[in-house]
Design a binder for this molecule. Sequence first.
Ligand SMILES: [Zn+2]
Length: 132
Amino acid sequence: MTKGGDDKWKASLSELAYKVCRLGHTEPAYSGALLHNHRCGFYHCICCNQRLFDSNTKFDSGCGWPSFDAAIEGTVRYVADKSHGMVRTEIRCVQCDSHLGHVFDDGPTSTGQRYCVNSVSMQFDGASPSDQ
Ligand SMILES: [Zn+2]
């Protein structure tokens, strides 16, 4: 992470987004605005606006966070996370190093992957501007 960048993020993000994206916290389950978003479009990084996920890969995992079975290739990096007494794989935005969530290998679809992503770390860009 770039030194001295924290103030910039603090000013531009909500308090929760700052804690999740820059400090690696997790938003409360079932709280995310995008959890039940079924529109077509792309999910972008809230910090740098890079496209991360395609709505085609979103599914309802029942875990309380927006879930995807794949990330757009080359947009996330994978970091071993041994916090909370578990070994998990953290996912981060390759462009700005924002914490996004974790990926698990118990996905129900053909990819076998379950990207469990904080809603607050993404912004949705819908394909059809007419629908609210
Ligand atoms: Zn980013």
